[in-house]
Design a protein around this ligand. Structure first.
Ligand code: ATP
Ligand code: MG
Length: 708
């Protein structure tokens, strides 16, 4: 039997044993919200709730699997103890229902589109409509889709979102609306679901088909949702539809929502912070539980994260505290450039890997491309790392190619996939691909015959597709046929690195081995986006965007590129609400650290395209923070790091004995993060003979290092 009370504090234990009725756990980072769900899974099962009646909604499938694994371990039976619990994302849950019953208005056979498929479709619609031709200011396909998705997720009219987000596109709002309407019709006709369709499609199914809703309610007696602060309006309604709210005076459904309003980082995608704040108003009899103690980080790290939050316009004030009062004070490191930053971080990582193990070290950044220099440095130093939040496994061209055959086998009307594979036939361009696809759709045998006569490889391809459709839908044998056909194409398209890509395709077959149904396999690949096949295994340092680091923790965390334009992003400097979201993002990043936290402010950033380094200004969040929450280290021109006011040391050598947080700062806040860049001369040209930072009439800002 698990001794719950010795593993949990009283508030956590209350949340665990309140199994009936609605519960809201609203608490700061690292306070044990996710741990509470894990113990509650074990507790509910021990209390006799059948595992298959539990629905666990999380931000990634991996998070759900991890929770189930831990709960199984607690129970001493491994994951099998909780076999039957349905755990994963809202999107995956929606698909699990929709694959049996498609949303109203959609055909029986539907396939999922990813972002690049959606762009293919939208491009086609744009060109058919003849909109934007010759107008270079006309919004790009990707921009139209971004606004469309935002409008759907925020549930606002498209022109409203255009007004809020992109003033310069207002004249095009009507044309954008026209294209989006056509895109919606196209998806319905061809049975193509984009990611947003999954959520809205499920809601519409629940509303139009009471039997399906009743079946789902019957199936899931208990629902738990982690990271509730990042749900959007439709996800919140789906939860309510599933569990019911209860009549006034009676108890609401068995639902537990868990989250932290201060960690809401998906407003840009339509997440609605008020979902969590108004939860008790909408679920009668909600038990509200707050957790105050942080078990993850040391107090010096929490002092810094509290300082970030103290400036925020957060709804619920939280002051995190920890029993772990000792530990190094967070470091603010000021390398001379982002390139030397990579070197300094790399050397710190080598030290920390030896002390903690590589899997306990992470580097976090705002956008995937920020880690470029670091990746080079780590590769050179032979440090193994795994990157999250960058290019996804399924986005690689050869993987997309192989999946496209499978998708067309499942749904012949899948236009983007059909175009993709037809375009691989030598001599077939986008126009012929479109004609052949349309002829196939219209059953125009004459045109099909004419085109395949001209392009015999296309005839072979159509024959393959017929064979795939006739075979049982088991993905492994289907993929084997596909790969045999695709191998010569792969060699022709990728003469340099086809063996490496072939290995990737073999991994795809291995992943498929766990599936009986090709449709489910495709959906899982799309929905779960495996970042890198786990086959590459072995402990590794984690490089991750902050968005992908949600909910996780490491003993040592580095946050790089804390400069204006990068973090916060340029866009966020323009709008107060975006700026606030960036602050929460920094809060999420810093609260991932258990023992050591380092923040980096490079003094200059190298612009690859322009081949110059530009001075960078420290992120405004650092300027607000106050100097008593970190100790500052600067890189000198000799490559040595020296503590502000302290002794120089080689990067990577053992840091000075952990300093205690000082009660009163020995210097003025403005001095802690002085304006980072060396002063830029505003004169158009430097005086002859001057060296240093300047602004050139043609080349812009740069550093004059030598007169020739
Ligand atoms: P986040 O907001 O970042 O998702 P969280 O609130 O979900 O954080 P957890 O990840 O559940 O926090 O817990 C943070 C760490 O604290 C974990 O290592 C967890 O095991 C530990 N922890 C939580 N509660 C306790 C407790 N009562 N006793 C000991 N350790 C605890
Ligand atoms: Mg958590």
């Amino acid at each position: 039997m698990i001794d719950y009370q010795s593993h949990l504090n009283p508030a956590q234990w209350e949340a665990v044993r309140t199994v009936d009725g609605p519960v809201l756990v609203l608490a700061g980072a690292g306070s044990g919200k996710t741990r509470t769900i894990v113990y509650r899974l074990a507790y509910m099962t021990q209390q006799g709730v059948p595992p298959q009646r539990i629905l666990l909604l999380t931000f990634t499938r991996k998070a759900a699997q991890e929770m189930l694994h831990r709960a199984g371990q607690l129970m001493g039976h491994g994951p099998a103890a909780l076999h039957g619990v349905q755990g994963g994302t809202f999107h995956a849950f929606a698909y699990s229902v929709l694959r049996r019953t498609p949303p109203p208005g959609f055909p029986d056979r539907c396939t999922l589109m990813d972002r690049s498929d959606a762009e293919t479709v939208m491009r086609e619609i744009k060109s058919t409509a003849g909109l934007g031709k010759g107008d270079r200011s006309f919004p790009k396909t990707g921009t139209i889709l971004d606004h469309y998705s935002k409008a759907r997720n925020k549930e606002l009219p498209l022109d409203e979102v255009v007004k809020q987000e992109s003033f310069h596109l207002i004249p095009y709002a009507g044309a954008m609306q026209q294209l989006c309407d056509a895109y919606a019709v196209f998806r319905r006709e061809k049975g193509l679901l984009d990611y947003d369709d999954l959520l809205f499609g499920l809601e519409s199914l629940f509303r139009h088909d009471p039997e399906t809703l009743a079946r789902c309610r019957e199936r899931f007696s208990h629902v738990m949702v982690d990271e509730y602060q990042d749900t959007n309006l439709v996800q919140d309604r789906l939860v309510t539809l599933l569990v019911g709210t209860g009549e006034p005076g009676s108890m609401g459904g068995n639902v537990m929502a868990v989250g932290d309003d201060a960690q809401s980082i998906y407003a840009f995608r339509g997440a609605n912070i008020s979902n969590i704040l108004t939860f008790p108003d909408r679920h009668h009899g909600t038990r509200l539980i707050k957790l105050e103690q942080n078990y993850r980080s040391t107090q010096p790290i929490l002092d810094l994260t509290n300082a970030i939050l103290s400036q925020a316009q957060a709804q619920f004030r939280k002051q995190l505290f920890s029993d772990r009062t000792d530990g190094p004070v967070p470091r603010l490191v000021r390398p001379l450039s982002d390139r030397t930053q990579a070197q300094i971080v790399c050397e710190e990582i080598i030290r920390q890997c030896a002390a903690y193990g590589p899997e306990q070290v992470a580097v976090l950044f705002r956008a995937g491309y920020h880690s470029y220099h670091l990746e080079v440095a780590l590769n050179r130093a032979g440090v193994r790392f795994r990157k999250y939040g960058g290019l996804k496994y399924t986005e690689a061209a050869h993987i997309k190619d192989a999946m496209a055959y499978l998708r067309v086998a499942v749904n012949p009307a899948d236009m983007p996939s059909m175009h993709r594979i037809l375009a691989q036939v030598e001599g077939i361009g986008p126009k012929t691909a479109a004609s052949l696809f349309n002829a196939l759709m219209a059953g125009d045998a004459k045109t099909v015959a004419k085109l395949t006569k001209k392009h015999p490889q296309a005839a072979d391809m159509l024959a393959l597709l017929d064979r795939l459709r006739a075979a049982p839908p088991r993905p492994v044998p289907l993929l084997e046929q596909i790969l045999e056909f695709y191998q010569p194409i792969l060699e022709r398209l990728h003469p340099d690195d086809h063996p490496r890509r072939r290995t990737g395709l073999e991994e795809l077959v291995q992943i498929a081995a766990g599936y009986e149904d090709a449709g489910q396999f495709l959906a899982d690949l799309h929905l779960e986006n495996p970042e890198q096949p786990e086959a590459e295994g072995g402990p590794a340092v984690c490089l991750s965007t902050i968005h992908s680091a949600k909910g996780l923790e490491w003993r040592a965390v580095h946050i790089i590129d804390l400069v204006e334009d990068r973090f916060p992003s340029r866009q966020a400097l323009l709008k107060a609400e975006d700026f606030e979201e960036e602050r929460r993002l920094l809060y999420v990043a810093c609260t991932r650290a258990r023992d050591e936290l380092s923040l980096y402010v490079p003094t200059s950033i190298y612009k690859r395209g322009q081949n110059i380094s530009e001075p960078a200004t420290a992120s405004p969040f650092l300027r607000e923070m106050g100097v008593h929450v970190f100790e500052e280290w600067r890189e000198g021109y000799n490559g040595m790091l020296s503590k502000w006011g302290g002794m120089a040391r080689e990067p990577g050598s053992t840091p000075a004995a952990p300093a205690k947080a000082q009660a009163s700062p020995p210097w003025q806040p403005s001095a802690a993060v002085p304006k980072a860049p060396p002063p830029v001369s505003q004169a158009a040209q430097p005086a002859p003979g001057d060296l240093g930072w300047c602004r050139h009439k043609v080349f812009g800002r740069g550093k004059l290092v030598q007169h020739l």
